[in-house]
Every structure is written in structure tokens, then in C-alpha cells.
Write a protein that binds this ligand. Structure first.
Ligand SMILES: Cc1cc2nc3c(=O)[nH]c(=O)nc-3n(C[C@H](O)[C@H](O)[C@H](O)COP(=O)(O)O)c2cc1C
Length: 199
């Protein structure tokens, strides 16, 4: 059935109630994520985005590392709340870690000195576009996800655990899984505040 692009992007929402009951296999989910990243644009087609896909126990281990990184920072009285939140991400089927390769950024700065200041910004844009593409692709495969930012807190522990190259910088984490709850209602500011149209 044909679905419009707007219908596809409307399906993408923040899902915090995740489970492990996916219709897609790990291999199919990997393929979907990889395709979404590969088809995302980047400045000068530099393809600076790097992605680590953690399925099953690897994803659970990642959220365990987040929990341990947070433990010394969160007051003991509040830690149960933090733990519940982190556990809700671990309850999913997997997590996508989005990195940007700083060697690519540096290479572009050397090659195109005129745009040197722009490349770090464009690298962030490329990451954001890839995040959106993956999130939307997952949503349209009936896989719920949310966007998290436990970087730079968890960077060193994750790098050690999965042998991540030192030139990759962690930008975002996307826990995903089966949709186990309703989405919250979404509000929109007035179009008049956002758009200027001249016709
Ligand atoms: C750049 C960016 C950063 C975000 N960071 C977080 C985050 O750290 N934790 C979180 O739970 N959601 C985060 N979100 C999700 C937003 O809160 C969410 O997309 C927004 O409230 C709209 O809801 P929706 O995703 O259901 O459409 C982020 C979204 C964007 C685009």
C-alpha cells in the first residue's frame, strides 16, 4: 500500500515503553538501520556518521554501563527513579549508538580550508539526519524508539566494551523495541509562529 512521506514521518514518535517482541529478526533490523544511515545525506557526501548496533544482551550491557556511570552522580535517594528509567531502555530489543568520525571532519577541514568552521556543524547535521532516518524507518516497521543523550558520560566505558575507535565521537543513543504503550499526546505551536510564506 502506498504511504505518503508525511504519513511515514507522522508515525515516528518517542516510545518509552519498550519490549523485546519484534516482528523483524536482528538481521532484518540491522539491514533496515544500515539502509537508513546509508541513504542519509552528508556534507560533500563525506559520510561521517558511524553507527554501532547493539542487539539483545549487548544493548542490556550498554544500559548497565549507563547506570554505573550515573550511580556516583545521582543522589542515592533519587537513584531508584534513575534506575527505573534506564531499565526501561534496557527492556527494549536493542540500541543504536550514533557516532561521528572526527578524522573525516578534520580531513575535510584540511581539504577545504574555506569551510573549516562549517564542517563540525555539518557533521552534527549529518548525524541528526541519520538519526531521524533510522527513527522513522524503525517506526514504519512498527518498532518503537526514543532518542537519548548519555554522552559523554558513557563514552569511555562503551569504547572499552565494544572497541570503538578513538576518533569516533558519541552523539546520541536510540533504544528500540516493540511498542508496549500508547504515545503521549503531541502539541504543536501555531503555524504563524513558525512559518513565513510569501505567495
Ligand atoms: C535534538 C533532540 C534531542 C533530544 N533529546 C532527547 C533526550 O535526551 N531524551 C529524550 O527522552 N528525548 C529526547 N528527544 C526527543 C524529544 O523530546 C521528542 O522528539 C519531542 O518531545 C517530540 O515528541 P515525539 O518524538 O513523540 O514526536 C530529543 C529530540 C531531539 C530532536
Amino acid at each position: 500500500m502506498h504511504k505518503s512521506f508525511i504519513e511515514n514521518i507522522k508515525k515516528r514518535r518517542s516510545q518509552y515503553a519498550l519490549g523485546k517482541n519484534l516482528a523483524l529478526s536482528q538481521a532484518q533490523t540491522t539491514e533496515l538501520i544500515q539502509a537508513a544511515v546509508k541513504e542519509s545525506p552528508s556534507a560533500f557526501n563525506s559520510q561521517s556518521t558511524r553507527v554501532v548496533i547493539l542487539h539483545g544482551e549487548h544493548s542490556e550491557a550498554f544500559w548497565g554501563l549507563v547506570k554505573e556511570a550515573l550511580r556516583p552522580l545521582v543522589p542515592a535517594d533519587n537513584f531508584a527513579t534513575t534506575e527505573t528509567k534506564v531499565d526501561s531502555f534496557a527492556a527494549g530489543a536493542g540500541t543504536v549508538l550514533f557516532y561521528e568520525d572526527q578524522n573525516v571532519v578534520k580531513g575535510l577541514q584540511e581539504q577545504f580550508a574555506l569551510y573549516a568552521d562549517n564542517f563540525p556543524v555539518w557533521s552534527e547535521h549529518a548525524s541528526a539526519i541519520a538519526q531521524f532516518a533510522v527513527w522513522t524507518a524503525l517506526a514504519n516497521a512498527d518498532i518503537g524508539a526514543s532518542l537519548q543523550h548519555y554522552n559523554p558520560l558513557v563514552d569511555a566505558a562503551a569504547a572499552a566494551r565494544w572497541d570503538i575507535p578513538s576518533n569516533w565521537t558519541l552523539r546520541a543513543q536510540m533504544p528500540f523495541g516493540s511498542n508496549e504503550g500508547a504515545f503521549s499526546e503531541k502539541t504543536y505551536i501555531a503555524d504563524s509562529e513558525r512559518f513565513m510564506v510569501f505567495a
